[in-house]
Design a protein around this ligand. Structure first.
Ligand SMILES: Nc1ncnc2c1ncn2[C@@H]1O[C@H](COP(=O)(O)OP(=O)(O)OP(=O)(O)O)[C@@H](O)[C@H]1O
Length: 461
């Protein structure tokens, strides 16, 4: 069994003793230093697996030591002990590179959690992520994406809240997942929640859970997202869409590291790392009073910007290759490839919907191209690209055979309505051709692959 060593830096002998006893009981060898000078010496000599430092030391402050460690012994995770309620210092230390903080008076269960997280950081990362620039899920070879991967790897070691900014579909959720799976919480849940998709009246119960019978419809106890993510990471996507009333409650839960389920009188402690994202301009929403400054300050300890796809056109070829391979696996056929002209066309395209739009464009092109080669015309990159799954302008042969359909009166669900028409048209064509798919596709004026794609999408296989 490997023994771990921790360095405790505090000028008060009583606190040093308390921390030493707690850590020793966890099987950890301890070193102690009363000041920064002594701490630096011990760090250099012993390279401990954890450093725990007080803020006020006789020859400087804890943040200086955090900064020194980032420069000189960056493999040692350092946590600071802050005065109770001093959030500013805690945030400053996280920004300086501390992986976590604990406030005074030190609660022992919280200290143990922190120590366990720190020790996990010294365990080797899983094989696939151990290379110096192993792409993992975040593909790309442009300098922008390499820099992002590097930042992700560093931030994975910290417990600091990270705010991920970037355009829609640029990969914010993927970045959040990468931070989680490369960090010490990787064995615990990663829970992503789209804050804009929860009805406001259900929000509190969705986030914090509820007790059975606390309101009509609460037929059972419910944990809620915070408790489901306990020990792991909660990713608040589209955080700008949180109503103001909920922002207050969220801030409280994050600060107190505890939640009170609806209908309960007691608070339940939770240990989660909060990551958040939005494609909206959050600082601007703060200025306009639509997002609380205190919550913004709390979740935006470190900001990570995901570059737009148009700003890294050199990644388009690589990403396209991976996407086409994935699609081919899904449809169990050979992957298609792009002609040189198609790649150039993609490189010059704006991609307002970023990587997600590239996925949609390629999926559509794949189903519509006849050979396994996608040319620029198969991409259908007009000024306004059609969303995935909708037929392009050329595939109206079937409806041309028929009289124009009368649009229904009043409110309709357009998606469902179109799907019904599509299903009926395909069924008719299949019946007319005795379920010969090649003939049915011809009759519908679409490629064989496009028919297969639609059958799969509509669950008609
Ligand atoms: N660098 C990348 N390598 C591989 N796949 C990527 C990359 N970036 C994004 N993707 C893929 O693009 C799609 C959109 O990514 P993701 O959902 O993370 O974007 P987002 O910024 O969170 O979107 P939204 O703003 O809509 O929430 C996903 O399928 C994701 O796997």
């Amino acid at each position: 069994m490997t023994t771990h060593t921790a360095l405790i830096v505090d000028d008060e002998p009583d606190i040093r003793d308390l921390l030493e006893i707690t850590l020793s009981r966890m099987g950890i060898t301890t070193l102690t230093a009363p000041d920064i000078t002594c701490a630096k010496k011990l760090l250099g000599e012993h390279k401990p697996q954890l450093c725990l430092t007080d803020m006020n030391l006789p020859d400087g402050n804890g943040i200086e030591l955090v900064q020194w460690i980032q420069q000189n012994t960056p493999s040692t995770p350092v946590a600071v002990i802050t005065a109770y309620g001093n959030m500013d210092t805690a945030i400053e230390s996280l920004k300086a590179g501390a992986f976590d903080f604990v406030s005074k008076p030190v609660e022992l269960p919280r200290l143990r959690e922190l120590v366990n997280s720190a020790l996990k950081l010294s365990e080797p990362a899983p094989e696939s992520e151990s290379g110096p620039d192993e792409p993992g899920l975040l593909l790309g070879q442009s300098s922008e994406i390499k820099r992002l991967r590097n930042q992700v790897r560093k931030l994975a070691r910290s417990q600091a809240p990270v705010f991920i900014s970037g355009e829609s579909g640029s990969g914010k959720e993927l970045v959040a997942r990468m931070i989680h799976i490369q960090g010490p919480r990787r064995d615990k849940p990663f829970i992503a929640v789209n804050c804009g998709a929860i009805p406001s009246e259900l929000m509190e119960s969705e986030f914090f859970g509820h007790k059975k019978g606390s309101f009509t419809g609460a037929v059972d106890n419910k944990d809620g997202l915070f408790r489901s993510a306990d020990g792991g990471t909660l990713f608040l996507d589209e955080v700008a869409d949180l109503p103001l009333a909920m922002q207050v409650k969220l801030l409280r839960a994050i600060q107190e590291k505890a939640v009170r389920p609806v209908g309960d009188t007691k608070e339940v402690p939770v240990d989660i790392r909060v990551l958040s994202a939005t494609h909206k301009d959050l600082p601007n929403l703060v200025q306009e009073g639509e997002f609380r400054q205190d919550l913004f300050y709390r979740i935006n300890v470190i900001e990570l910007a995901v570059p737009a796809l148009r700003d890294r056109p050199d990644d388009i070829n690589l990403l396209s290759g991976h996407i086409l391979e994935r699609i081919a696996r899904e449809y169990e056929c050979e992957p298609a490839s792009l002609t040189r002209e198609a790649i150039e066309r993609l490189k010059g395209y704006e991609f307002p919907g970023n990587v997600r739009e590239l996925e949609n464009i390629l999926e559509r092109a794949f189903t519509l191209c006849d050979a396994d080669l996608i040319g620029p015309e198969d991409l259908h990159l007009g000024n306004c690209p059609a969303p995935s799954g909708l037929a392009p302008a050329g595939s109206t042969a079937f409806s041309a055979e028929h009289e124009a359909l009368a649009a229904p009166e009043g409110e309709i669900d357009l998606e469902n309505y179109l799907e019904t028409i599509e299903r009926q048209a395909i069924e008719k064509a299949l019946e007319a051709t005795r379920w010969n798919k090649t003939a049915a596709a011809k009759r519908l004026g679409i490629s064989f692959r496009a028919l297969r794609y639609r059958l799969k999408k509509l669950g008609m296989e």
